[in-house]
Design a protein around this ligand. Structure first.
Ligand SMILES: O=C(O)CCC(=O)C(=O)O
Ligand SMILES: [Fe+2]
Length: 422
């Protein structure tokens, strides 16, 4: 079993009092060595979740001076460097970038893709001394493996601009997240996919599976902030990655005739629960228009709560048409299929499925390389099933560290305890 990078007890919500305390423990061991005068870095976070503060902003200040380094909640009068950002927009980009070739550039690129013109550049009154920059980079990575996402999903979705997508899921059982990733990201994903599929059978008889063990690019995709918000909305906190694979569809191919529910293939048995236990994010690495053989779907059909009767036709379905760079997300009980590709060329797609924490996933990641978990934010270890207590009992009893963590996080309740305190 792969180890956790940091104790669960050190996990905290971004900019919460506990988070500041954990950050301080780290910063108290660091000294900026090239200061001509004290240097203050201030971060202002707009629209924090109501359970953290009822004010319109919260903030923290990191002070570097001759006595050492510390972080405090609040605001600074004349910081040397400061930045203002939306709480929810900043939080999910806790990718670890140090030691990841090109990581910082990719992070910035995808951040701009999602938030574009809304991003305010940092204000710099005095250039940041190199040792300050180095300590802040270390702090970023130290806290990334300890920072948990805003548990107030509606608030998070509003901050990320995807509240309407949650409503689509309520009514139709699927949604399309448009403009979810950049063309450059699509190019990189396509190249990797085609490399993994080279020499294999065409069509869906070969799907490159276990992608989280196949390279950095897939790790970054699995934690897409919009997708994770949808996942936690439908499947609760502590959700797992259920399967991560790709499909390449060529001209004339029909990969999913008729209709099926992803709960099918005897994986999730009838009667289906009335809440979602599994759902899939499909990344359009290439265009999904009529001629490209897009997915077709029967809106609302997840409410039937049963498997698709054999021989059911695609009559009455809607095509999920989307441009490259969009992500479709559907409830695993929804009835859907795929249409034949009539145009020349290939349709490349990434299919990341997620499940509730108590569902047994198709793919196992609890033995994933330690280095992969260590280079990712906390939610990645959650997705791999490393944070929960399932399968971790020993002869000395159950895994109380993990059981307590899940209880403290409110994984089992529809309203997380922190949100109740507001
Ligand atoms: O490739 C498609 O269009 C549909 C694939 C599918 O059914 C799935 O990923 O669940
Ligand atoms: Fe499917």
């Amino acid at each position: 079993m792969t180890r956790l990078t940091a104790p669960l007890a050190e996990r905290a919500e971004y900019a919460s009092p506990q988070w500041i305390e954990v950050a301080n423990t780290f910063l108290s061991t660091r000294h900026a060595t090239d200061l001509s005068e004290p240097y203050k870095v201030a971060q202002e976070l707009m629209n924090p979740p109501p359970h953290l503060s009822s004010d319109e902003r919260i903030g923290y200040v990191v002070t570097f001076d001759s006595t050492g380094t510390r972080i405090e909640p609040g605001f600074a009068d004349h910081p040397a460097w400061w930045r203002r950002a939306d709480y929810n927009a900043l939080l999910p980009f806790a990718w670890i970038v140090r030691g990841q070739p090109g990581g910082a550039d990719r992070l910035e690129r995808e951040y701009e893709q999602l938030f574009g013109a809304d991003v305010e550049a940092p204000k710099v009154a005095r250039p940041m001394p190199p040792s300050v920059a180095a300590i802040l980079a270390e702090l970023h990575d130290y806290m990334a493996v300890r920072t948990i996402n805003n548990p107030n999903i509606e608030h998070r979705a509003a901050g990320l601009g995807i509240a309407d997508n949650l409503r689509d899921l309520d009514s139709d059982g699927y949604t399309v997240l448009r403009g979810a990733f950049s063309d450059s990201y699509a190019d990189e994903l396509r190249e990797e996919t085609h490399r993994n599929h080279a020499g294999r059978d065409e069509g869906a008889s070969f799907r490159a599976t276990m992608l989280l063990k196949r390279g950095r690019i897939w790790e970054e995709a699995a934690i897409h902030p919009w997708v994770l918000t949808v996942v936690e909305y439908l499947m609760g906190r502590g959700a797992l990655i259920y399967q991560s694979d790709t499909i390449v569809k060529s001209a004339g191919q029909e990969t999913h005739p008729g209709l099926h529910a992803d709960y099918g293939a005897s994986r999730i048995t009838e009667p289906f629960p009335d809440y979602c236990v599994e759902g899939t994010a499909v990344w359009a690495i290439d265009d999904f228009h009529r001629e490209h053989g897009p997915t077709c779907i029967l809106p609302g059909s997840f409410r039937q709560g049963r498997q698709v009767p054999p021989g059911t036709s695609q009559e009455g379905t809607k095509l999920i048409e989307m441009d490259q760079g969009s992500i479709a997300f559907w409830h695993g009980a929804i009835w859907h299929g795929s249409t034949p590709r009539t145009a020349p060329g290939r349709r490349t797609s990434l299919h990341n499925a997620y499940s509730r924490s108590f569902i047994r996933p198709l793919e196992r990641y609890d033995d994933i390389d330690q280095a992969i978990v260590d280079r990712n934010p906390a939610v990645f270890s959650t997705l791999c099933g490393l944070d929960d207590a399932f399968g971790k009992s020993g002869l000395e009893g159950a895994d109380f560290e993990r059981l307590h963590y899940a209880a403290a996080q409110g994984y089992a309740s529809s309203t997380p305890p922190a949100a109740l305190k507001a």
